[in-house]
Design a protein around this ligand. Structure first.
Ligand SMILES: *Cc1c(COP(=O)(O)O)cnc(C)c1O
Length: 362
């Protein structure tokens, strides 16, 4: 926590705004709008997963539809596709950003259109805080007139040519889960330049009540709005977002400075104009065996590290789904490791980690 969170939470108690609405909800949304810029509006919700669920629904995804989804991501990106009775079509990654491959995206769209199954949405992810290839993906989306749901759950504070991640898609999604760069313990947001979309999200997230003195419903609703207490935490966290990004980027720079010159290891550099929040610092090792050697050597010293996300097309829940692949995400999964990346790591922590990694050999 940064410092002011408890003050905002105490204010919620003092004013008795203990509900999924109130001044902190409005204030947190205003802070998000200001931070992201680019003319977006925000609706704060109970989770990023809830934001993806509502976002897909607002983009018109329903039973039997197909959604083109990045395979190299956390399962929460794709799970809401199935909540709607739709099916994911998985797209492999490109080397430059580790995110959705524009070439495979085009191939998938052409294939599905040829089979009279034009996809309803493109779900692209800024994984580990690195922006996806915004220009190429947007150009394909425009060419085929398919909306983008931008999963920016890991990329608050990232940007591309000075424009904030979360503001590129027709709808963008943020997460404030406990493991993200800033947190409300659990929470998320749906953002869009189209105010009708954020208003629709708030309507659906608060049980879809029609205008009437009694309870009247002409849509199925959800209980997905963020609590005013948690929004208080969010207001305090927004004040330290820039510090958190600086701390995460410093971790990454330390790892690159001490391991990057060894030729054994690779890091994901920022393409020209791209700025990652470096939510997690990731290392590419020469082989699966070397990656495991490092992971186990760190674990023996009580230091947690973790393989990169297992691609969704290989997960038991999704392995029967259609996929457009070239082996990139599988290779990253085999050889990649998320290193300790907390905003509170000290120089001596980082030195210890680097020294253990240096003792391993291919
Ligand atoms: C965390 C995360 C989500 C889900 O957000 P929650 O707030 O935890 O529901 C979705 N996509 C990605 C890529 C994430 O990392």
């Amino acid at each position: 926590m940064g410092g002011n969170e408890e003050k905002y939470v105490a204010e919620a108690f003092a004013t008795n705004w203990i509900a999924p609405l109130g001044p902190h909800v409005n204030g947190f949304e205003a802070a998000i709008r200001e931070e992201l810029g680019n003319g977006v509006h925000a609706a704060v919700l109970s989770s990023g997963t809830a934001a993806i669920h509502l976002g897909l629904q607002i983009l018109g995804v329903s039973y039997g539809d197909e959604v083109l989804c990045q395979s190299f991501t956390f399962s929460a990106s794709a799970n809401p596709i199935t909540y709607l009775g739709a099916r994911p079509v998985f797209i492999d990654s490109e080397r430059d950003t580790w995110n959705m491959s524009p070439a495979l995206l085009r191939k998938a769209i052409e294939d599905r259109i040829a089979k009279y199954k034009k996809p309803k949405a493109i779900l692209a992810v800024h994984l580990y805080g690195m922006p996806y290839n915004v220009e190429a993906i947007q150009q394909i989306a425009d060419e085929f007139d398919i909306p983008i749901l931008e999963d920016s759950a890991e990329a608050l504070g990232s940007s591309c040519h000075g424009v904030a991640c979360g503001t590129f898609g027709t709808i963008g999604v943020l997460s404030f889960n406990g493991n993200k760069i800033i947190t409300t313990s659990g929470g998320g947001a749906l953002v869009s330049k189209n105010k009708a979309y954020t208003e629709k999200a708030i309507f659906l997230a608060t049980q879809a009540r029609d205008e009437a003195p009694h309870y009247q419903h002409s849509h199925i609703g959800y209980n997905y709005r963020m609590s005013n207490v948690l929004a208080g935490i969010g207001r305090g966290q927004m004040e330290v977002l820039a510090d958190r990004v600086a701390a995460r980027r410093r971790n990454y720079d330390y790892y690159v400075a001490h391991l990057g010159g060894m030729e054994t290891f690779e890091f994901l550099a920022e393409p020209e104009g791209y700025r990652s929040n470096r939510w997690l610092s990731c290392l590419l090792t020469p082989s699966f065996e070397h990656r495991e050697m490092i992971r186990l050597a760190l674990l023996a010293e009580d230091i947690e590290s973790r393989p990169l996300w297992k691609p969704l097309h290989l997960q038991p829940i999704f392995e029967q789904e259609l996929s457009f692949l070239d082996g990139t995400s599988l290779d990253l999964f085999h050889r990649g490791l998320c290193l300790p990346s907390g905003s509170n790591l000290t120089d001596s922590d980082l030195e210890r980690i680097v020294n253990i990694i240096k003792t391993t050999k291919s």
